[in-house]
Design a protein around this ligand. Structure first.
Ligand code: WT7
Length: 697
């Protein structure tokens, strides 16, 4: 490592850190940081040698490595067959992945009963719930949760829910969300959580795809000064399901914001006086049905390979993919990644700022931390409400030691300045995590210097909805940090980089290629719900014999992996994947639109922003009213998270003679980069200049 500059945190020379940024640029991949070794004296892994030998064992003998871990969990019956069985090669038959098949367990039992009864941690706080407002907070111990979950599991059973049935959940960040998902897991029902920022159409699409017969929601939720009217959205979604022939027989509503009930309200809108529309044929209040319910409930013993949940993620064709995770592998994988990636210890206070509606929340707010008996913060609000110091005030209040957020949140807070951070005591912090997209060096350095006071270890965790848990990540205090690289593979993970033809690069340094994985890990998805052929074609067709992550990737001289971004038509907006095709199809639904093309552009906070080129139909004037109608279309079809940043008029689109839209050129225009490259293959090269002229400011 000749050109490597090692900066020890004991070196408090600020100039070095300010210069670090330009070093990163100059040296590309070669800036190394180390965290304070004192914080990690008792770490689970204490040296790179130990990491290497554990890693070696984990991939050479996965059975031995994972069985040691699985033994700490409760199994009603141990598996007797193969520990791991799989086929990644389409030419040899269908793709499948199985771990511990035949073993019987229950993940709810393992994250609650086992923690309370075996680990004797019943009185330990599982969640400090912090509301949107400063004044609201509550705590829930493992014993509290066990009771609530059993009660709700009994409710679900009483309503006819059983193993294998799908339950849709559309809720704000409140404890009932955790209770609902664990109750499903307890009785073997498959939860399908839809992030509360999705629209009624998106919720309905997901409910229809998963054939969910019940929906659990809340009257509303609060995010900063905004109130989410979840029940009205749920009503519209249920009406859409009914139209599509899906019978939704029950809607359970948590009373989360103060509302008055209007019985048999025919309107689906929540009225101004704060009433909630109500259809007494299917709507029931959570608190009503939880009255006088038994707080003990036997677990349904599940096969390790039975489905645990469905979670939808964007697909390049526009139709979301229902990623299916199974009980056993997901359980041991989320538990183990949580333990090592955050170097979790019993006295830690952990906070992941994600929403449970995304995979980060499933794996690292609920299942992973709870399987370790951890104490977490569960936050309903927003990072900048009431001001940009909110996150750090929460860290101070609960003495958070391990903190996990996304680059987009860091960039947002950076804008408000360091004073908001400095106001609060952050001396409890030791590990800072990041997830969702490659972190830019400025944001990394700010996280490291300002938030972490040059003392904390930063774990950059690369993974996906599909992978269930961390894939490429450093280990606190052990892996030297390079800002912008997720570094090295987690135990059991075998990454590789292939070229266009799917040929694997053998050499260490790879300038550019495609990230793939060579063998399964326990937490990987098993199928796409009711669509195994799409599972095979989306992930295993392009590069034969590998799982294709869909990301571009480099590898440096230290074997560190550097993710360069998506290789498909998915945009990573604020750490969430959105499909350009899905936004395009929402736009062309508008009667004034002839054609639309959507691309990502560099956005200072979101990472990637959404830029839409719209060709109006002949004779239609492109005006502000049309733009707002188009915005509304996208919000209604997908949700506020997909709201375009720009919609520009495109009298013509840059197309090849065969009619293919050249997105490469549109991306340049969106970025305002005049260096568009070769335009000679365009049917009409003049459209490029025209589009630059039409660019909104
Ligand atoms: C895509 C997966 C996993 C939870 C959040 C996103 C990108 C994720 C990183 C990282 C670089 C990252 C990739 C990946 N991504 N983490 N640490 N460094 N890129 O889940 O919506 O399934 O998105 O997010 O492009 O493929 P997701």
């Amino acid at each position: 490592m000749e050109s490597t500059i090692e900066i020890l945190t004991s070196n408090k020379n600020h100039a070095i850190f300010t210069r670090a940024l330009s070093f990163t640029e100059e040296l590309g991949t070669n800036l190394l940081f180390k965290s304070n070794p004192d914080s990690f004296k008792n770490a689970h892994v204490t040296s790179m040698e130990q990491y290497s030998s554990m890693y070696k064992e984990s991939i050479e003998n996965p059975e031995k490595f994972w069985t040691n871990i699985a033994d700490d969990f409760f199994w009603k019956y141990k598996w007797t067959g193969k520990f791991m069985d799989y086929n990644f090669d389409l030419s040899k038959g269908n793709i499948f992945v199985k771990f511990m098949e035949g073993g019987k367990t229950n993940i709810c039992y393992n994250v609650l009963d086992r923690i309370v009864n075996e680990k004797k941690l019943g009185d330990k706080v599982a969640f400090y719930w912090e509301g949107n407002e400063f004044s609201e907070s509550k705590k829930y111990t493992y014993s509290d949760l066990l009771k609530e979950v059993c009660k709700f599991a009994n409710v679900l059973k009483e309503k006819g829910m059983k193993k294998g049935d799908r339950v849709a959940i559309y809720m704000p960040m409140i404890i009932e969300l955790v209770v609902a998902m664990l109750a499903c897991a307890r009785i073997g029902a498959i939860h399908s959580i839809v992030f509360a920022g999705f629209s009624a159409d998106s919720l309905a699409d997901r409910m229809i795809d998963g054939q969910c017969s019940i929906l659990i929601t809340a009257d509303g939720g609060r995010r900063g000064t905004k109130e989410l009217d979840l029940k009205s959205v749920a009503d519209v979604a249920i009406a859409e399901c009914t139209e599509a022939g899906l019978v939704v027989s029950l809607c359970i509503v948590v009373k989360n914001i103060k509302t008055n009930l209007v019985d048999e309200c025919s309107s689906t809108k929540r009225s101004k006086d704060g009433t909630t529309s109500w259809n007494s044929n299917i709507d029931v209040w959570w608190h009503d049905i939880m009255e006088n319910v038994n707080d003990e409930c036997e677990c349904e013993w599940m096969d390790a390979e039975d489905p645990l949940f469905i979670l939808y993620t964007s697909g390049s064709t526009g139709k979301p993919k229902g990623v299916v995770h199974t009980v056993g592998g997901y359980m041991i994988y989320t538990a183990t990644t949580f333990k090592f990636t955050f170097d979790y210890h019993n006295e830690d206070i952990y906070w992941c700022t994600a929403d449970i509606g995304w995979i980060t929340g499933h794996s690292y707010i609920v299942y992973g931390p709870m399987a370790n008996g951890a104490t977490s913060v569960l936050f309903e609000g927003l990072p900048i409400y009431p001001d940009a110091g909110r996150m750090w005030s929460i860290c101070e209040k609960y003495r958070v030691s391990k903190f996990y957020t996304a680059p987009t949140a860091i960039r947002l807070l950076m804008k408000y300045g360091r004073e908001f951070v400095k106001k609060y005591d952050r001396s409890s912090l030791t590990v800072l995590g990041t997830v969702g997209e490659p972190i830019n060096p400025e944001a990394w350095l700010w996280y490291y210097n300002v938030v972490g006071e040059e003392r904390c270890y930063i774990v950059d965790t690369f993974w996906q909805t599909e992978t269930g848990g961390h894939m490429i990540t450093g280990l606190p205090g052990v892996t030297p940090m390079k800002p912008g690289s997720a570094s090295l593979p987690f135990f059991g993970v075998v990454p590789a980089i292939v070229d266009e033809e799917g040929k694997e690069y053998e050499k260490t340094i790879v300038d550019h290629g495609f990230l793939v994985f060579k063998q399964p890990w326990p937490g990987m998805m098993r199928t796409l719900y009711n669509n195994h052929s799409r599972y095979e074609s989306a992930y295993f067709e392009r590069f034969k014999g590998y799982y294709c992550a869909g990301d571009g990737c480099n590898r440096d001289e230290d074997s560190y992996y550097w993710i360069t971004g998506r290789i498909d038509d998915l945009m990573n907006v604020s750490g969430h994947l959105l499909s350009t095709a899905q936004i395009e199809s929402a736009l062309i639904e508008h009667s004034s639109v002839a054609e639309a093309a959507v691309v990502g552009f560099n956005h200072s906070i979101k990472g990637t922003g959404i830029y839409c080129f719209v060709t109006p139909k002949n004779g239609i004037r492109f005006c502000d009213a049309l733009v707002s109608e188009l915005n509304e279309k996208v919000r209604a079809r997908i949700g506020p998270i997909a709201t375009p940043d720009f919609i520009q008029c495109a009298p013509g689109l840059p197309k090849t003679r065969s009619g293919k839209i050249m997105r490469r050129i549109l991306r340049k225009i969106a970025d305002g980069d005049r260096d568009v490259g070769d335009t000679t293959t365009l049917a009409d090269p003049n459209v490029v200049e025209e589009l630059f002229k039409n660019k909104p400011n």
